[in-house]
Design a protein around this ligand. Structure first.
Ligand code: NAD
Length: 492
């Protein structure tokens, strides 16, 4: 991975997608995308600068203000979204494979979240807008008031590399459904797969300028956030970047939604079932090699069950199959980049110097001599004030700690800057539900954790602002407008 391309492959992406066409970059930055499992070059991608972002935003603005998209009915947009979904579905297998090579995601997960989910989300929002009242008429003291739900405008969507296709579509689908136009800025690490969305959009007949894609680094992201013709920013990424974006959006009163990091807790109560926990760990703590914002990297355990759970989690981790994520038998792939590997190893070294006890893992796997692999690692007796309990590692490093009673568990879980996910494990699901109700978090699972595309997703505290997904997910792309009419219109 470097800013200079060393050689080219058939996966290169030297152009951007702007105004329905492939556009030459106005600068000369190129990013080398390496295959996570081998460290070898996969392809190169042009990186957009401020000028490229400006061209894309102007195309999106023109498409919104003067193009056909703003005049389409919900039924017409729904038809386009469904064609878009079909076009993505046709490419699903290739998309999944490409993302797995880019970021190391196990292939079966990639088939679901990068292959299948984007099309599914498009279809959900096609259904949502067919049922949504974009206008309602209310009697007023003078005549009537027409309450309209208008598109919020030009959307700048900024996405990370960990679930690139799904996270892009969590923004693009509701935005397009609402009648907005979009400039998507994907991460350099997953720039190669991003333009599959452009190919599918072209095939679906999305009008020019409605979806524009310019891969770029944080400077390109900052240029998009600061652009005066952008009406709303939809961001997924780190809390650090989210804070900078929120500040800028606050200054300009730009609408924004921020999906940020987490340090979520799994709470294992004294009546929890070990087998249930072991079945659920893959989704709760190790999804996508733990490079997932919802990773439950703190496991809080009732003291009476503590040793038993430590042994069980250590056994689970030791039995994981580490290797090339294109192999369906592999359960733990590599980190997405060498920088990400260094970050995770750094957290492991810090934890080794703390009072925590290393139970299993703690370095790079001896049998992987290339790629960005790290051993799944478990520390016990972690203090909730330790770095390992406070900061998001974004890798397979788990902190185990005991609690005395439910109040203590709730206190520890809530003693975090973050509030994105979590889970409660108990043989009595009513009891788990009561504990879950006391945790300050945007989502929480009972005896498992898996995202439900049909429900709003997002965080509290430093984990973000706003919600994506579910029928509610369209709200972030709509703006109310009240028209006070002197005439008495009939409710439609
Ligand atoms: P990141 O914040 O470094 O980058 C995310 C995106 O933002 C990239 O496209 C990057 O180029 C851009 N960016 C970075 N700084 C920016 C700035 N100042 N202005 C504008 N754009 C900027 O995050 P990452 O390392 O790519 O992704 C990992 C992070 O994303 C983790 O913290 C993870 O928890 C978070 N995440 C959150 C969710 C969620 O839904 N809450 C989902 C996935 C990932």
């Amino acid at each position: 991975m470097s800013l200079t391309a060393e050689r080219h492959t058939d996966l290169d992406r030297p152009r951007f997608f702007i105004d329905g066409k492939w556009a030459e970059p106005r600068g000369s930055h190129t990013y080398r995308v390496d295959e996570a499992a081998t460290g070898e070059i996969l392809g190169t991608a042009a990186l957009g600068g401020e000028d490229d972002i400006d061209t894309a935003v102007r195309a999106a603005r023109a498409a919104l203000d003067h193009g056909p998209w703003g005049r389409t009915s919900a039924a017409e947009r729904a038809a386009v979204l469904r064609r878009f979904a079909d076009a993505l579905q046709k490419r699903a297998a290739d998309t999944a494979t490409l993302v797995t090579r880019e970021n190391g995601m196990p292939i079966q997960l990639s088939q679901q979240v990068n292959g299948g989910a984007p099309a599914a989300v498009l279809r959900v929002y096609a259904d949502v807008i067919e049922q949504l009242a974009f206008e309602d008429v209310r009697p007023s003291s003078v005549g009537s008031t027409i309450v309209r739900r208008d598109p919020v405008g030009v959307v700048g969507a900024i996405t990370p590399w960990n679930f690139p296709q799904a996270l892009a579509m969590f923004k693009v689908a509701p935005a397009l459904a609402a009648g907005c136009t979009v400039v998507l800025k994907p991460s350099p690490e997953t720039a190669l797969d991003a333009y599959i969305l452009a190919e599918a959009a072209l095939e679906a007949g999305l009008p020019p300028g409605v979806l524009n894609i310019v891969a770029g680094d944080r400077d390109a992201g900052a240029a998009l956030v600061a652009h005066p013709l952008v009406d709303k920013i939809a961001f997924t990424g780190s809390t650090t970047a989210g804070r900078a974006i929120g500040e800028e959006c606050g200054r300009s009163f730009r609408r924004h939604s921020l999906e940020l990091g987490g340090k979520s807790a799994a709470i294992f109560l004294d009546d929890g079932e070990i087998d249930t926990l072991l079945t659920g760990l893959a989704g709760a703590s190790f999804l996508n090699n733990s490079q997932t914002c919802t990773t439950q990297s703190r496991i809080l355990v009732a003291r009476s069950r503590y040793d038993e759970v430590i042994d069980a989690v250590a056994g689970y981790v030791s039995a994981m199959t580490i290797g090339n994520p294109l192999d369906p038998a592999v359960t733990l792939g590599p980190m997405a980049s060498s920088a990400q590997l260094d970050r995770v190893l750094g957290y492991i070294e810090t934890a080794k110097k703390s009072s925590a006890r290393l139970v299993v893992g703690g370095g790079r796997p001896a049998d992987q001599d290339r790629g960005w692999f790290v051993e799944p690692t478990v520390f016990a007796d972690v203090d909730n004030n330790d770095t390992l309990a406070r900061e998001e590692v974004f890798g397979p490093v788990i902190a185990l700690m005991p609690f005395d009673d439910e109040d203590d568990a709730v206190r520890l879980a809530n003693d975090s800057e973050y509030g994105l996910a979590g889970s409660v494990w108990s043989a009595d699901e009513d009891r788990a539900l009561a504990v879950a109700g006391r945790i300050r978090t945007g989502t929480i699972g009972l005896n498992y954790y898996l995202l439900d595309l049909g429900a709003p997703f997002g965080g509290v505290k430093n984990s973000g602002v706003g919600r994506e997904l579910g029928p509610e997910g369209i709200d972030a792309y709509l703006e109310y407008k009240a028209v006070y009419a002197s005439k008495k219109y009939l409710a439609s």
